[in-house]
Write a new protein. Structure first.
Length: 272
């Protein structure tokens, strides 16, 4: 399914860039670095973690352009993803150029510092996305209490925040997990960043329910949206089926992917 995967990833990237409705052109990453060297100067300069580095620079640009809770939240997420990647890369010895390894270690330490600084800056925020981050990554129980107090509010009716509620109920109430995951998918809009952990979580849910068909379908959806945790071979190892069954399930996954890409996914859990 290379063509589908490529198109979906391009779609997801464009959706995450914050393109304006009036068609204002986003600068390239190179232009962002030239305009504001601070976006890039504390990051590694070699080819490791290129995708994470690129997304982090874009997140810094968007937050600098408009410092909203949403931009701060995604900047924290992108800092963490970059930090995790460059931490692994910093442990890989470069036999000929030790300086490159040293730069990666420096970049990793810089990322930790940047995460701490932004975490401190946002610690007192009551914005639900930031409450979610501080609960999930700083074990802030006060933030969790505030977040849960908003559970039924209009503020919580977003793609990312419904996923946040699903993560809270993961070990408490499986019906609520499924409810919030499907809510998250129905609320997804084309101009948002798609959270691939949602279909990944549905794979886990349906495997626990012994529903191989739905687990495979959502696994294919996750793959189409760039999952780094799931691949086709893994799915087939865990979910044995006939070629005809795989084909039928793939067709169902394609329909879901199309509707998600168009921001028109309306299915409810009891229809799956």
């Amino acid at each position: 399914m290379p063509k589908r995967t490529f198109n979906t990833l391009v779609f997801s990237l464009i959706a995450g860039l914050g393109l304006t409705a009036c068609g204002e052109r986003m600068p390239t990453v190179r232009e962002m670095c030239e305009q504001e060297p601070g976006f890039c100067s504390d990051l590694n300069e070699d080819n490791w973690c290129r995708a994470e580095r690129r997304q982090l620079i874009i997140a810094r640009y968007l937050n600098d352009r408009s410092e909203t809770p949403e931009h701060q939240y995604y900047l924290l997420k992108d800092l963490q993803k970059y930090s995790q990647c460059i931490e692994l890369a910093s442990g890989i010895e470069h036999r000929k150029l030790k300086l490159k390894q040293s730069h990666r270690i420096e970049a990793y330490l810089n990322s930790l510092k940047a995460i701490d600084e932004l975490a401190d800056e946002t610690a007192s925020s009551d914005a639900p996305l930031l409450l979610y981050w501080h609960w999930g990554h700083r074990n802030d129980t006060d933030a969790l209490e505030k977040l849960l107090a908003m559970e039924g509010s209009e503020e919580m009716q977003t793609h990312e925040l419904q996923f946040a509620l699903a993560t809270y109920y993961a070990k408490k109430n499986q019906q609520k997990v499924r409810h919030h995951l499907f809510n998250a998918l129905r609320l997804y809009q084309q101009d948002e960043r798609f959270n691939v952990e949602i279909p990944e979580s549905l794979v886990t849910y349906y495997l626990d329910q012994k529903d191989s068909e739905q687990a495979y379908i959502w696994g294919r959806v996750a793959i189409a949206f760039g999952s780094e945790r799931i691949n086709e071979q893994q799915l087939r190892n865990v979910i044995p089926a006939t070629d005809d069954e795989y084909h039928q399930w793939q067709e169902q996954a394609e329909l879901i992917i199309d509707r998600l890409e168009d921001g028109e996914f309306k299915r409810r859990p009891d229809a799956s």
